[in-house]
Design a protein around this ligand. Structure first.
Ligand SMILES: C[S@@+](CC[C@H](N)C(=O)[O-])C[C@H]1O[C@@H](n2cnc3c(N)ncnc32)[C@H](O)[C@@H]1O
Length: 285
């Protein structure tokens, strides 16, 4: 079974007092132990580098929209005095149950209360332009359906489309391995330019390997939850502050889980071959 329509979320107060959502089908707590607002701000807005984006426009992929934590953080970012005054956001998900759960739980989340009018409209429409009170604007597109089928839909609609930032926030590679494969990261690489940055909370070796084999340059950034670090990948080595070095090839070889469970035998061979040839590891001996 691959897809998981009908995702349900239950509000959960963690031992540290943080309020988050538990995904009922997998039992996974969204946003680790730091909670949705902090993780979205620290990892996806700050560590991605969006906060330092010097241009007036940015295109952002919000992959695994869920309860909308990244989307809300992007609305907060637009409220700031950054030179960026227009965001083009593509949110990918099977459905909008998470957004509805966030709206229902607004008493617990200041960010939801700040942007409840936007969320209410997003529950009703899949594509609209939203103007903030400071005059900045965002164009929002909801790409609905199974990511395996929809990943290239925006590109089919606009072959020139490139993403400046990609927030990759699906359930874990352990529970949803089919969403962390070399094939998907290769398709995502079609949206990359040298400046593109992709951030995910995962720190898994199999994710780093699949990304690198798909053409991404791969590094690390601040931890999320209990992980030692998160992954920051980019379209060029110059866009990484902490790139993996050639010792990653040894880590990959020694790993007890070098590949996501969903990889085919031929993908595994491709990952091995592409890793050995990757310029990041050749130039970084
Ligand atoms: C970890 S949650 C995302 C958390 C989210 N970013 C937030 O801020 O709350 C993962 C999301 O991926 C979605 N999802 C699961 N399988 C999917 C698939 N095959 N295609 C598209 N979305 C999927 C789920 O509906 C869920 O909303």
């Amino acid at each position: 079974m691959q897809k998981s329509h009908g995702n349900d979320y239950q509000l959960e107060i963690l031992d540290n007092g943080v309020v988050s959502f538990r995904h009922q089908q997998t039992g996974e707590i969204l946003h680790g132990s730091v909670g949705p607002e902090k993780e979205a701000e620290q990892l996806y807005i700050q560590a991605s580098g969006l906060v330092h984006w010097p241009h007036s426009v940015a295109t952002v992929f919000d992959i695994g929209m869920g309860c909308g934590a990244q989307l809300l953080a992007l609305l907060d970012f637009l409220s700031s005095d950054s030179p960026c005054n227009q965001l083009d956001i593509f949110s990918f998900d099977l459905e909008k149950n998470g957004l509805k759960a966030a709206l229902e739980a607004q008493a617990h989340f200041a960010s939801v209360r700040r942007h409840c009018d936007f969320l209410a409209r997003a529950c009703q429409e899949n594509h609209f332009t939203w103007t903030m009170s400071n005059g900045k604007s965002l164009r929002w597109t909801f790409v609905e359906g199974d990511f395996l089928q929809t990943i290239l839909a925006p590109k089919i609609a606009n072959p020139e489309l490139k993403a400046d930032f990609i927030f990759y926030d699906f359930f874990s590679p352990a529970s949803h391995p089919w969403l962390w494969t070399h094939d998907l990261f290769s398709k995502l690489f079609q949206y990359a330019v040298p400046q593109t940055r992709l951030v995910t909370y995962s720190s898994a070796t199999c994710v780093k390997a699949a990304l690198a084999a798909a053409g991404w340059y791969v590094g690390t950034t601040i931890p999320s939850g209990k992980k030692a670090h998160s992954i920051l990948a980019a379209g060029s080595l110059a866009r990484l502050e902490n790139p993996l070095n050639s010792s990653f090839l040894g880590t990959f070889e020694r790993s007890h889980k070098p590949f996501c469970e969903a990889e085919s035998e031929s993908s595994k061979r491709t990952i091995r071959e592409q890793l050995a040839e990757h310029p990041q590891f050749k130039s970084n001996q």
